[in-house]
Design a protein around this ligand. Structure first.
Ligand SMILES: [Zn+2]
Length: 252
């Protein structure tokens, strides 16, 4: 049984989602976290969690999407959304520095505020960091997130960065990039197994014409196979530990 700790399956069309859920069931996927990127997208994760047994909801505003919608009163709204029984995480939150990104200070304000919602509602967080490793480490340090369960999602950094995440008591989530990136695989091979979880970050990939090649939770097996190889851990033992780590984070 596998747990996909970070996806955006709520963004699939009904038809594509039916296929994804079937593929997931046939591939021993036990639980999929659907992470919201805006308030309305977070509401979609709740609707899906009510429709499908294996889908659970995470609510949050992604740093890239802060300006997409009116966010007036977002703290109260998100807090209210966490009351849904199957909303078990605050995500996707974080920092993302690109030319078209919202102002970094605004991103930091949203990240900090959403960490506070997690603390208040006793939920774990999964956070995104792109081109902002130093800023993220500074922020999670000053927010002192050691006392909440946290996941650095889609890890693609170097060992020094990983070490700083571990020092802040973060779990590190491994996605598909290391399947083709030997330098990244080398970094991951040095990480402590008891702090690892896995994810696919699945979202609809309309740019890939062949629907069968879209990334889906069923691809977790590819990650497990490679992890088993580079960590030199027996596959069933590895799956057991990854599952235990994810359940510990999610409190289930
Ligand atoms: Zn994501």
């Amino acid at each position: 049984m596998f747990i996909d700790i970070h996806t955006h399956v709520q963004q699939f069309s009904d038809e594509d989602l039916e296929l994804l859920v079937n593929n997931s069931k046939n591939s021993n996927i036990e639980l999929i976290i659907a992470a919201g990127t805006t308030i309305s997208d977070s509401r979609k994760t709740i609707n899906l969690s009510k429709k499908y047994d294996l889908i659970y909801s995470a609510v949050g505003i992604h740093p890239q999407n802060i300006l997409d919608e009116d966010t007036k009163g977002y703290l109260n709204i998100l807090e209210e959304l966490t009351k849904n029984e199957k909303t078990i995480m605050i995500s996707e939150i974080g920092l993302d520095i690109q030319p078209d990104s919202p102002d970094i200070n605004l991103q930091k304000e949203f990240f900090s505020n959403q960490i506070n919602i997690a603390r208040k509602s006793k939920l774990p967080i999964a956070f995104h960091v792109r081109n902002a490793e130093k800023e993220a480490i500074d922020l999670i340090g000053s927010e002192n997130i050691k006392d909440i369960k946290s996941v650095a999602h889609y890890f693609v950094g170097n060992y020094e960065y990983a070490k700083k995440l571990l020092d802040n008591n973060c779990y590190i989530s491994i996605a598909k990039p290391f399947l083709r990136d030997e330098i990244l695989a080398e970094v991951i091979s040095k990480l402590p197994l008891e702090k690892l979880v896995i994810e696919t970050d699945s979202y609809p990939q309309y740019f890939k014409k062949n629907r069968m090649r879209w990334t889906e939770p069923k691809d977790l097996i590819l990650i497990v196979n490679k992890l088993s190889e580079i960590l030199d851990v027996n596959k069933s033992k590895l799956i057991e530990i990854l599952n235990k780590n994810a359940k510990n984070i999610l409190g289930i």
